[in-house]
Design a protein around this ligand. Structure first.
Ligand code: KIV
Length: 273
């Protein structure tokens, strides 16, 4: 069977992702937070675009993902949605907009769907958020889960190190993924857990698992776009494969521009009216 079976579909849906998983076609997912980047990712054929709350770090320069607001996520999401034709667009529910109670979770998810036009929402957590998942799904909104390293809980974890190194946490994550599946999540992100655990989890559920630092035995992979093209420089975890060194190219282009302006070489006659 060839890979890329679903390259030609006009619009990726949650059903298509399930079919990719069932037919062993890996799912490719990247983050985007703005129109121009989302357009390029969609043209390249990415399956899923995540409007991640990592926008708090990458776009706004915060140290954690906690400060980003629902309004800010809706702004990023609607910019992405305007650019995308094929990819499934999933939007993170930001910290503090779904943990309080399931009604608040539903209201936040409805605002994202109504005001941005996205296809689905993502939230972090297992059994603790299962009631919220039920309520969001009852409104017809698809939900993606997120377990393992959950950046919104960084103050509880105290570190961004690999999770589930002990059996107790590994067992909880396995059970939580099964709970998310039972409650109707269409997929789950597994962040920074041992590859063997991700394999066991993936084999124990029918829904797709999307890994970031979770090894190869998952249904798909996700990376933060700015990390994989090397716009961000400081962040170099072991799981990150850099496909480009855009920061060097941008700095070089900008310093050439500065030189041209200072030497009065730009604009020349052809570039003037
Ligand atoms: O916000 C984000 O970018 C994410 C990915 C790291 C999975 O949640």
């Amino acid at each position: 069977m060839s890979s890329y079976l679903y390259r030609d579909v006009n619009k990726v849906t949650t059903n298509i992702l399930q079919r990719m998983h069932d037919e062993d076609e890996k799912i490719a997912m990247l983050t985007a937070y703005d129109y121009s980047t989302a357009k390029l990712l969609d043209m390249a054929g990415i399956d899923v675009i995540l409007v991640g709350d990592s926008a708090a770090n990458v776009m706004a320069g915060y140290k954690t993902t906690l400060p980003i607001t629902l309004n800010e996520m809706i702004y990023h999401a609607s910019s992405v949605v305007r650019a995308v034709e094929r990819a499934l667009v999933v939007v993170d529910l930001p910290f503090g907009t779904y943990q309080g109670n399931s009604k608040e979770a539903l209201n936040s998810a409805v605002r994202i769907m109504k005001e941005s036009g996205a296809d689905a929402v993502k939230l972090e957590g297992g059994v603790e958020v299962s009631e919220s998942i039920d309520r969001i799904l009852s409104a017809g909104i698809p939900v993606m889960g997120h377990l393992g390293l959950m950046p919104q809980s960084i103050n509880k974890f105290g570190t961004y190190a690999v999770r589930a190194k002990d059996d107790k946490e590994a067992d909880k994550i396995l059970k939580d993924v099964q709970i998310l599946e039972k409650h109707g999540c269409f997929a789950v992100v597994l962040e920074k857990i041992p590859a063997l655990l991700a394999k066991t989890i993936t084999e124990s559920v029918a829904i797709p698992t999307i890994g970031i630092g979770a090894g190869p035995h998952v249904s798909g992979q996700v990376l933060v776009f700015h990390d994989m093209v090397g716009v961000t420089q400081q962040f170099s975890p072991r799981f990150l494969r850099r496909y480009h060194n855009l920061s060097e190219e941008i700095i070089s282009a900008v310093s050439n521009y500065i030189d041209d302006v200072k030497r009065a070489d730009f604009p020349n006659d052809k570039e003037s009216y």
